[in-house]
Design a protein around this ligand. Structure first.
Ligand SMILES: [Zn+2]
Length: 177
């Protein structure tokens, strides 16, 4: 084996090792996920790192549950963490760190029944009652753009409510309306 060939193999081996190691390293570096919320009913704001070190951060999830509570009754309910990943990904796709403006997060059964009776746009068996849905807009982002970003994920349901100026996003079955 010539010296040149041997060097080629050595360099090739190092490159391979670097390729094996790099994704793990990159994952560790990119191992935090953050979200910012602004509740349009209560005026509350929250900025949290809700994922860190390979796991969801319990205190952060607690803070998210509070800001997304049923503001009419005060009921707090655990929000499905994968819904947060959807919102994080939507913001990333849009290239924005603007807060998610919240029109409706968790809804207690009592609140949902009241809203359902008053509006044909509210499902009787809404995923809002299971902490799996949120109605949002994002400051500085056109509503159709937010809708398109959410649709592109195919992560659950996406409802478009231009007259009320919000997009419904949930982590139920993939549906569009
Ligand atoms: Zn909704």
């Amino acid at each position: 084996m010539s010296e040149l060939t041997r060097r080629g193999i050595l360099i090739g081996g190092l490159a391979l090792a670097a390729n094996v190691v790099r994704p793990v390293f990159a994952q560790a570096l990119a191992g935090t996920r953050s979200l910012a919320f602004e509740n349009l009913h209560t005026g509350e704001k929250l900025h949290v790192e809700y994922w860190s070190g390979g796991t969801y951060v319990p205190d952060a999830l607690g803070a998210v549950n509070r800001i997304l509570r049923d503001f009419r009754t005060g009921d707090v309910y655990p929000i499905e963490p994968t819904l947060l990943d959807v919102l994080d990904t939507v913001r990333a796709k849009l290239g924005t760190v603007s807060p998610i403006q919240v029109i409706s997060g968790y809804r207690s059964p009592a609140t949902n029944t009241k809203l359902h009776d008053a509006s044909s746009g509210v499902a009787a068996n809404s995923l809002h009652m299971r902490g799996m849905a949120i109605d949002i807009r994002i400051a500085g982002q056109a509503l159709p753009t937010v809708r398109a970003a959410a649709l592109s994920l195919r992560a659950g349901g996406v409802g478009y409510y231009p007259r009320s100026d919000f997009v419904h996003v949930d982590v139920g079955r993939v549906r569009t309306w």
